[in-house]
Design a protein around this ligand. Structure first.
Ligand SMILES: Cc1ncc(COP(=O)(O)O)c(C=O)c1O
Length: 427
């Protein structure tokens, strides 16, 4: 093992993070080679700097004017073309962390790491799983999850998925989580995604407390838990039913046996799907700054060895956009528009509440809702597509997913009537 990895592991010894790191995670470190020597040269090599692999002209990046012309005139060359700093732009990381505290008042007084920039939330999840989920290791998650998890959990990590039914009645199935954890090995990953894809469900405040209590019970009994919160759709709350704070805020100081990792992203929160900017933030009870630093170093090592670097122009545009005085109001307007679709959907579903061949599962947030259908879901999907020119996603044999986020509010009623009409012909 590299001596730098050994040093980071020394710093983490005695914490749950040390026990939870995968073999790959234990071996990760940030090399002191090119990156560190270049940073040193930036300070001292005032005569010639022949360190970094970019083309420079009079000290700044060379560029093709046609490329520069595509950006706003106030974007500087240095904000577009060079590599971004390791871990992400310091200003963006600071701003994301400040906003995280503002959006999650429960975080007040709690110590967490600085967020690290990853290239989209998919990349965050892949990185975190490579670092903390041993090949073949146990991972607990609800049975309704984003399909793309399979490529990470099954194909990359060959994980042992311990699934539990997401719902018990109309609410979150805390008992299911408890039983799943009971059956898991002593070091286990838990992945919770709220607002959930595909159901659009976020637990209520009391359900979130109950989830935290279940995690603490198992941690107190000696289990080491790495809790990954996939907060992709954070902030898309339209009424008071769902808990408006990330479960990370309730768990990042819960136990010395729990390492909470918040995976969130600008992708949906800032409506910049193609920017590929996400964040990884760590929180654990009694963690020191040196220990957070060791985890960040390992994460940056994993980024260095896979992507090398995240998009510089996307980070700068995001940071500038978030600092704009109109940003807050404009963002709220976008959420309000999606909320109008949500309320139109709730209203449209009421008109069909007596029909038993198609039932909406509980939903209260995010982009999506899920229908259980008595008929074959693939048949319903193809009939909707071929006969009604309507696209939905088939999730499994008896569930179809609707993204209400992508249909204008005035078309929602028609969409729901269409889905019911098509389904009625298949029963
Ligand atoms: C639950 C969930 N997590 C993660 C992602 C990935 O987000 P990104 O586009 O930032 O990779 C998505 C995207 O659809 C998602 O639905």
């Amino acid at each position: 093992m590299h001596e730098l990895a050994v040093g980071l592991n020394e710093a983490l010894k005695g914490t749950c993070a040390y026990d939870l790191l995968s073999d790959y995670g234990l071996r990760m470190y940030v090399p002191k080679g090119i990156i560190v020597q270049s940073a040193e040269a930036k300070q001292k090599a005032t005569r010639f700097n022949a360190t970094i692999g970019v083309a420079l002209e009079n000290g700044s990046a060379m560029y093709i004017p046609a490329m520069k012309a595509e950006f706003a005139p106030d974007m500087k060359v240095g904000e577009i073309f060079p590599y971004a700093p390791m871990g992400g732009l310091p200003g963006l990381r600071k701003k994301w962390k400040e906003d995280m505290y503002a959006k999650n008042p429960l975080l007040e007084g709690k110590s967490i790491s600085l967020p690290i920039v990853a290239s989209g939330l998919t990349n965050s999840l892949s990185l975190v799983c490579s670092l903390f989920l041993e090949i073949g290791g146990d991972v607990v998650l609800p049975d309704m999850y984003w399909e793309n998890y399979n490529l990470i959990l099954d194909e990359q990590r060959q994980a042992n998925k311990i699934l539990f039914p997401l719902f018990k009645g109309e609410g979150f199935n805390c008992e299911g989580l408890d039983q799943a954890l009971e059956s898991a090995e002593d070091c286990v990953m838990v992945i919770l995604n709220f607002p959930n894809n595909p159901t659009g469900y976020t637990p209520t405040d009391s359900e979130t407390d109950a989830i935290a209590a279940v995690l603490k019970k198992h941690a107190d009994a000696g289990k080491k838990i790495v809790l990954v919160t996939d907060d992709a759709y954070f902030g898309l709350f339209f009424d008071d039913e769902p808990c408006h704070q990330s479960i990370f805020a309730k768990t990042c100081d819960l136990s010395e046996n729990i390492l909470a990792i918040k995976c969130d992203a600008a992708t949906k929160e800032e409506m910049v799907w193609g920017f590929r900017i996400a964040f990884i933030t760590y929180g654990s009870k009694n963690f020191s700054e040196a220990q957070y630093d060791a985890l960040m170093q390992k994460t940056m090592g994993a980024i260095r060895g896979s992507l090398s670097n995240c998009s510089m122009p996307a980070q700068n545009i995001l940071l500038k956009g978030m600092a704009d005085p109109n940003h807050g109001a404009d963002k709220a307007l976008g959420v309000k528009k999606i909320g109008e679709r949500y309320f139109a959907l709730k209203k449209a579903l009421k008109r069909h509440s007596s029909e038993s061949f198609l039932k909406a599962l509980p939903f209260n947030s995010g982009y999506f809702m899920l229908f259980w259908c008595a008929c074959d879901a693939e048949k319903l999907r193809t009939v909707l597509m071929d006969e009604y020119q309507t696209g939905v996603i088939r999730c499994d044999e008896h569930h179809i997913r609707l993204a209400f986020s992508s249909v204008d509010a005035e078309k929602i009623e028609d969409l729901i009537d269409t889905v019911y009409t098509a389904a009625s012909k298949l029963v």
